[in-house]
Design a protein around this ligand. Sequence first.
Ligand code: UDP
Length: 192
Amino acid sequence: FSTVTVLDIPFIKTTAAKFQETLQQRILTQQNTFVVTANPEIVMYAHHHPDYQQLLQAADFVTPDGIGILDGAKILKQPLPERITGFDTLIDLLQWASDHHRSAYFVGAKPEVIAALKHKLPQDYPGLVIAGLHDGYFKDDSAIVADIQRTQPDMVFAALGFPKQENFIAEHRQTTKGLWMGVGGSFDVLAG
Ligand code: UDP
């Protein structure tokens, strides 16, 4: 995709539907992929934290997850077609995974949210292969990362909030050939 740079972050210039197709294709061809769905809060944080900004610039795709980003692009006279939110991207991937028996690993949110997800995901996405589920309140990454490495999920969703989730992904993404995406508070919504 071509990109539009807003506050030093390159946003992909495409539609949610085309983006979804690309992600599915990359999963099918086992390309390691790091997706950031960046809202204005994330962009502002990156603006003031160079290490985090570098990490976003190293992601494969950064999507505009907020009207504020679209407004910024418009002011630069390089409009972006539409918002691509983390939640919608997650839901579309889960539906696709369910239809095609693909696997996902879920790390993040509170233990009770993870317990609810464990119950709800098989009901809502019967074909989805759940490689693993772990809450986001751990001290040591190593057991979770070993579990991810062992199960080799097609997708890893990290719901740790920013910047934690992007730091976690940047550090561990090479342990699989799949997709990694930070999804903020999405597990709380999914479990609700
Ligand atoms: N969270 C977590 N571990 C932490 C801090 C937060 O798993 O150490 C979870 C929290 O339970 C919630 C999500 O991360 O599910 C953060 O949601 P929020 O909406 O605050 O994140 P944002 O969308 O702003 O990144």
